[in-house]
Design a protein around this ligand. Structure first.
Ligand SMILES: Cc1cc2nc3c(=O)[nH]c(=O)nc-3n(C[C@H](O)[C@H](O)[C@H](O)COP(=O)(O)OP(=O)(O)OC[C@H]3O[C@@H](n4cnc5c(N)ncnc54)[C@H](O)[C@@H]3O)c2cc1C
Length: 220
């Protein structure tokens, strides 16, 4: 996450925690909600805000062999990476993971199938992010669609034909997110009134989640 946006989100989260405290919202942490838990409570209205999960190697149409990790694992500090690092996917998650790793001194390349990177980032933080990636000598390869990932390396289709990168130390997947919608789907068979908001409805950005939360909160 770029410095500007992470600072904005941190202050938003602090404000939200204060507001929940002030309004007497009961918070239960470290507990996974299940259909049975919800049925036990028998709520008037259930709001599902279960977010999104990262797409992993199984989502690639050609499968993912060789050593690879996900960008979320890198961002959570769960995995060590070895140089050179290739990040597959250069939207917000891939670009910000590249930023983090390059700041830590790693040699990083991004492979992105479209014509630009970080296209989902707002223009001001995007400009800052692109400048930092350039300063940190992150190699950006656009119009590089990864078509194969195996023990030997990465195979891409480019406008100039097939290209291979056979030296990856670590391959990092940043290929998108999908809605974490299992709980919402399981609740469909009950008679409960349910509203799905935020990334659980469709992975987007924090403003959409906050906006939809505010709308349903006012409606209840
Ligand atoms: C790398 C990255 C950078 C981003 N940067 C930005 C940015 O700069 N600006 C921006 O606006 N957005 C950004 N986003 C998107 C933003 O994080 C999401 O859109 C936003 O967090 C969605 O909010 P949400 O409440 O719907 O879901 P989440 O924030 O994902 O929250 C869902 C929560 O539900 C919990 N949960 C799931 N299932 C259960 C269950 N069964 N029981 C109990 N709890 C459960 C999860 O543990 C999680 O805490 C970024 C996303 C990524 C991946």
């Amino acid at each position: 996450m770029s410095a500007a946006s992470s600072c904005w989100l941190a202050s938003l989260v602090r404000w939200q925690l204060d507001e929940m405290d002030r309004a007497g919202v009961k918070l239960e942490l470290d507990r996974e909600a299940t259909v049975d838990d919800i049925l036990d409570v028998d709520p008037d209205h259930t709001i599902i805000a279960t977010g999104a999960r990262e797409l992993r190697g199984e989502s690639l149409p050609f499968g993912a062999g060789g050593r690879h990790v996900t960008a979320w694992e890198v961002l959570r500090g769960e995995v060590e990476v070895q140089d050179p690092v290739y990040i597959i996917g250069g939207d917000q998650t891939g670009a910000e993971t590249a930023h983090l790793l390059a700041e830590a001194g790693h040699r990083v390349s991004i492979l992105e199938r479209s014509t630009g990177i970080a296209l989902g980032v707002a223009s001001a933080p995007r400009r800052f992010l692109l400048e930092r990636l350039e300063d940190l000598r992150v190699q950006v390869h656009v119009v590089h669609e990864v078509m194969g990932l195996d023990a030997e390396g990465i195979r891409c289709e480019t406008s100039a034909g097939t290209k291979r990168f056979n030296d990856p130390g670590t391959v990092v997947l940043a290929i998108g997110r999908r809605a974490e919608d299992k709980l919402a789907a399981d609740l469909e068979d009950t008679l409960l009134k349910v509203t799905v908001i935020g990334d659980a409805k469709s992975p987007r950005h924090a403003q959409a989640a906050v906006h939809e939360g505010a709308l349903v909160g006012r409606e209840i």
